[in-house]
Write a protein that binds this ligand. Structure first.
Ligand code: F3S
Length: 766
């Protein structure tokens, strides 16, 4: 252990600003009167930029209705999404980030043969991206966690999350920080940039779903089973628009890392985030991760102002009760995390559905389940089996969540036990959890079943094979089942044959929550030492790179209505962010807007000819959509897209707004929009408009010429006034189409300036 590591020098900057937050909370209570507050409301509302503006005069109608403008405390970014976030941040011309931020290199590291071989290879293969991230981090004073340091959410839990903190992370499992009582929300890169440039981040006030925990876990039941069970109750959409707030007597019995697992997987039910009230287990976790002063400050804030727990008269929009004492282990899947089966029924369900009887691999760890407690309980099972002379029947992979966890498990011989049993310890990174799993044991298309302690099990997510069925369970269940290799084995009730002829049955696993000797930091080179900005650092982007390209600010709107726009494409039916900016192999171009733009709208169906990704130029040339967009861009022709309902549903993918903008798109005219995408368009300077009469969709087609009427005026008036489109058809006939919009004053400013970032950098410069 290195003695320099005992108290992190930055500990003061990592303590949430409790004094300020409590003052704000007092103001919140003044505005809202005597109404009891949930914990989520306390933390969220105390981060409001202006309490009176957001909450005043609403007659209590806030949840699900009011828009909150929030000042967040911190930002964390993973390597894949950090690229565009940083490229956008750079166009603002600021010398440093407005709030502390960190970058984590974890998504691009392959899991195959083990950390020693895989890590250097992955670093080599992604060198230009890592070099770019590191140089930008240095220049702007962002903490850089290099490849091998660990997975974003584990490092955030070990270093940055704290009770009452509000943070944004550019990854959907950011809510993991709720295990330490933080409001931690997963967002897209453009949202993270809001926080980095000190612009308030906007969120529709979530509703609050209370989950009351009673009793106490015992035997084989784990925190993972709480969320596996809840996912079954809520389904993948049940948490949408909600924050899940845990409360009740059972909360006190859970370890801090167990609570993090539960919050992590709240993303699987679509929740905005999940969180737990402050408990003594948070204090012990903070202390053992060298942050005792933060625990003391939190205790103080909680004692004097009840800041870190719900009021006793708090009201939840919905309450679900789970009795931990009655909870049994669950296995969820395949292909969706909400298909939840209690272990005792699993055998039957496997038969009923004709799922493979044979297991092909077991994988434990990842950001969801690689705590000391998880690993020690798994080790206990491995030792039991080894003592009975048993060996795993299938491949067994272990992913430590961070270098700190890895080094601690190495010191305490846990990794040794796994390796002796034939397990492979992978790099401290996402690896198989995000499709970076190179398998040689099966071929593409082979139907097979794996068991993992991960959080997500969509098709092809782990090994790129859409026929691999990933079943999610606790690390304990995964570990026990690899000794059978059979999906119908129930480790609680069934026995296994042994070499001695004596049948063997596992005892329930046990293991300590925290290492008695404290955590081992491991390779100290991974700990970022200095986060002061270094303005003279050049940001490394090669002009010949195919993966990274600096961004130029978009041009401003101009000073008059738009004339001579042309309809590039008329979309029929569903058009999600996947149709607008496909994922898969395109992901490697996330930092290169020019190259990734070659996927723009390639999934969209042409309403006029019923074909995907085929567009017609005025002279009847047939081109792909991106090719026609590029041709028109080169000719100086701006364009619009016409679409149907819920345009842009799906993920918060900002590329779906950036790319059309980059290729010369000015307007998206749809029957309706998905809210997040509509906001993203405005942020990038594209105007989203909806038909006042949906049937007018039939009046407009590809290559029609369009002039706007009243649009410029409406933008200048900050969102006030009527807008029409004058459409001239190819045959010369004309129509005036009335349209609607949802521009706020701020958003009108974004479009006039060319983008939200242009506006912010203009403000920053004055
Ligand atoms: Fe995501 Fe990596 Fe966790 S891929 S789910 S952050 S292990």
């Amino acid at each position: 252990t290195n003695s320099n590591f005992s108290v992190h020098p930055e500990i003061a900057t990592r303590t949430p600003p409790y004094g300020k937050l409590i003052n704000n909370l007092t103001e919140v209570r003044r505005v809202l009167g005597t109404q009891g507050l949930t914990l989520a409301e306390k933390i969220l509302y105390s981060h409001l930029d202006n309490v009176e503006d957001a909450l005043g005069g609403r007659n209590g109608k806030i949840r699900g209705e009011a828009y909150l403008k929030l000042k967040v405390d911190r930002v964390a970014m993973q390597d894949a999404s950090a690229q565009m976030a940083l490229l956008q941040f750079m166009t603002c011309g600021l010398g440093k980030t407005a709030v502390p931020a960190s970058i984590h290199c974890d998504h691009m590291i392959v899991g195959e043969k083990g950390a020693d071989v895989d890590l250097p290879k992955s670093i080599e293969g992604n060198k230009e991206v890592f070099d770019f991230l590191e140089s930008a981090a240095k220049k702007y004073g962002i903490q850089f966690w290099a490849p091998g340091s660990g997975i974003i959410h584990q490092i955030v839990l070990e270093n940055y999350a704290a009770p009452g903190l509000m943070m944004l992370g550019t990854d959907s499992h950011t809510p993991n920080g709720g295990g330490l009582g933080a409001i931690a929300i997963g967002v897209g890169g453009a949202d993270a940039v809001d926080a980095l440039v000190d612009a308030p981040w906007e969120l529709r006030a979530p509703k609050i779903l209370g989950v009351r925990l009673e009793g106490q876990l015992s035997g084989w039941a784990t925190p993972k089973d709480v969320i596996l069970n809840l996912a079954g109750q809520l389904t993948v959409r049940g948490g949408t628009g909600y924050i899940i707030e845990y409360h009740g007597p059972g909360v006190e019995t859970l370890s801090c890392t167990g609570m993090a697992t539960i919050c992590n997987m709240g993303a699987e039910v679509g929740a905005t985030t999940s969180l737990f009230p402050f408990t003594s287990k948070m204090t012990s976790y903070l202390s053992s991760t060298r942050r005792a002063p933060i625990a003391e400050a939190a205790e103080e804030a909680n004692k004097s102002h009840s800041f870190l727990r719900a009021d006793t008269n708090a009201v939840y929009d919905q309450v679900i009760t789970i009795n931990l004492s009655e909870l049994e282990p669950h296995i969820n899947g395949p292909f969706t995390p909400d298909l939840s089966t209690p272990l005792s029924k699993f055998k039957e369900i496997v038969k009923e559905n004709e799922w493979p009887e044979q297991l092909s691999a077991g994988l434990i760890g990842s950001c969801t389940n690689s705590s000391y407690q998880d690993m020690l309980r798994a080790e206990d099972l491995v030792k039991q089996a080894e003592a009975a002379g048993l060996k795993p029947k299938v491949d067994f992979f272990v992913t430590p969540g961070s270098e700190q966890i890895r080094a601690t498990l190495e010191r305490d011989e846990t990794l040794n036990v796994f390796e002796k049993a034939g397990g492979t310890v992978l790099a401290n990174a996402c690896g198989p959890c995000i499709g970076q799993w190179k398998r040689s044991d099966i071929s593409k298309g082979d139907t097979n079943a794996i068991l993992t302690s991960y959080n997500r099990n969509f098709r092809a997510r782990n090994d790129g094979n859409s026929q691999t069925m990933n079943f999610l369970a606790s690390p304990e269940i995964v570990t026990a089942m690899i000794y059978s290799g059979n999906m119908s084995f129930n480790p609680i009730t069934d026995t296994l044959p042994t070499p001695s002829g004596q049948p063997f049955k596992f005892s329930a696993p046990s293991g300590p929550e925290l290492p008695s000797q404290g955590f081992e930091p491991g390779n100290l080179a991974f700990v970022p030492s200095n986060s002061a900005p270094s303005p003279s650092t050049p940001v490394v982007v090669s002009p010949t790179s195919s993966r990274l390209a600096l961004l130029e600010p978009f041009e401003p709107f101009g000073t008059a209505d738009l004339t001579g726009l042309k309809v590039l494409f008329k979309v029929k039916g569903k058009c999600t962010t996947d149709h607008i900016s496909a994922a898969g192999s395109w992901l490697k171009y996330k930092g290169h807007l020019e190259n990734i733009s070659n996927n723009t709208l390639i999934g969209a169906m042409n309403a006029e000819i019923g074909e995907v990704n085929k567009a017609y130029d005025v002279n009847s040339d047939v081109l792909s959509i991106p090719d026609l967009a590029r041709r028109w861009k080169a000719q100086g022709v701006s364009w619009l897209v016409v679409a149907e309902n819920n345009y842009g549903e799906g993920s918060a993918r900002e590329h779906a707004a950036l790319q059309p903008r980059y290729l010369g798109g000015k307007i998206i005219l749809a029957k309706s929009f998905a809210r997040i995408h509509e906001t993203n368009l405005k942020k990038q300077g594209v105007v989203p408009l909806t038909f006042a009469n949906e049937t007018d969709y039939d009046l407009i087609g590809s290559c029609d010429s369009v002039d706007t009427v009243g649009l410029y005026d409406m933008l200048v008036k900050g969102g006030d006034g009527e807008v029409f489109l004058d459409v001239t058809k190819k045959d010369g006939s004309k129509h005036r189409i009335p349209v609607k919009h949802t521009f706020s004053k701020d958003q009108a400013g974004f479009v006039l300036a060319g983008s939200a970032l242009n506006l912010l950098s203009k403000k920053a410069a004055t």
